[in-house]
Design a protein around this ligand. Sequence first.
Ligand code: ATP
Ligand code: MG
Length: 418
Amino acid sequence: MYQSKLFSKTRKEAPKDEVSKNAELLIKAGFINKEMAGVYSYLPLGLRVLNNINKIIREEMNRLGSQEVFLTSLQEKENWEKTNRWSDEVVDNWFKTKLKNETELGLAFTHEEALTSLMKNHVRSYKDLPFSAYQIQTKFRNEARAKSGIMRCREFLMKDMYSFSRDEKEHLVFYEKAKQAYVTVFKRVGLGEKTHLTFASGGSFCKYSHEFQTAADTGEDLIYYSAKNKIAINKEVLNAEVLGDLKLEQKDLQELKAVEVGNIFTLGIKFSEPLGLVYLDEAGEKKPVFMGSYGIGPGRVMGAVVESLADDKGIVWPVEIAPFKVHLIEIGTSEDVKKAAQDLYSELQKAEVEVLYDDRDLRPGEKFADSDLLGIPLRIIVSEKTLISGEYEIKERALGQVNMVKEIEVVNFVKKYK
Ligand code: ATP
Ligand code: MG
């Protein structure tokens, strides 16, 4: 992509009412647009990152054997009354609307009710189980506070997966695999080192649920992390009994502010029972389906990456989710430089490397500042100087390391960079 053609522009200042680091940087860099508090649109660069995160999530959920679906946002009230979640007293973040004939509808803040109810048309006997389904879909939540940029939105994408099993034993087999898939997802998006498996409150069918909490100073949650045991406990469940359960010692625990990027939960028959999702077991007896739910917020993940990896110059994207792998910058306006940059651009494209090519007629300082802000992993400079030397300077955004690479080695270097 030619940067001169990119409609989004960088800017010096973020909106005055923006208090979160992630939104500030993403707005300044032209990745997102703020519509109102807690509501953001994705622009071309931002959408590329979001799609990369979604691609990783899809690959890992598909690898689990989960089947992708896409449910509706519009919800009829009846299902939610059956589980006692329609009332605004019980659920305080509903967005509701009405048909012309005054029929009340809800805009889904989650999809347990909808998917459980839908599965009544598809599950008959034990032979139909186990399986799981997931979607990457918009959720609406009337959040009381929206001060965390794209990490806490009133309209946001969620990957929500639901598992359907015969019993708890079968459920736990899938649950463990899903947990591992989550570890892989967070590693691939570049949050592996900072994201901790965290024990949180479980509900009536299981003592604990598991959260994936990314350490960040601006996080809204408090966790207690044991580097020795590589697990954490959410503050809400920290007590002597839980420490004993998990064989943790208070002295090993480090208090961290963190962002909940994912969450997996044993639902048991909490939804299948009231909604009537049953199957016939081997003896021909009716049994409620045993369920689990597994969420990740792709936008929150993107925000958490910005929060935890950005430096004082701007964003730092991990390679697998970066909008482009290479930022190719031409310095100077000579025909030779233009031609060399254009040739390198074509060559990288042929090698299927994603490149943003800064062909704009701007001062070098401005180009470098923009490049730092945008956070693309590798920066290649083409200038009179590099042409004479026959080597290109390839700078790694994350560590600031500069590599001098011979012209014929450039494509190889870039392809191998992870
Ligand atoms: P929180 O405790 O932060 O409010 P939650 O426990 O209500 O989140 P879930 O219902 O488990 O969240 O949602 C699954 C995932 O969706 C979360 O782990 C998070 O990544 C994401 N998510 C939840 N709420 C939001 C939001 N308002 N904006 C963006 N992402 C969100
Ligand atoms: Mg939570």
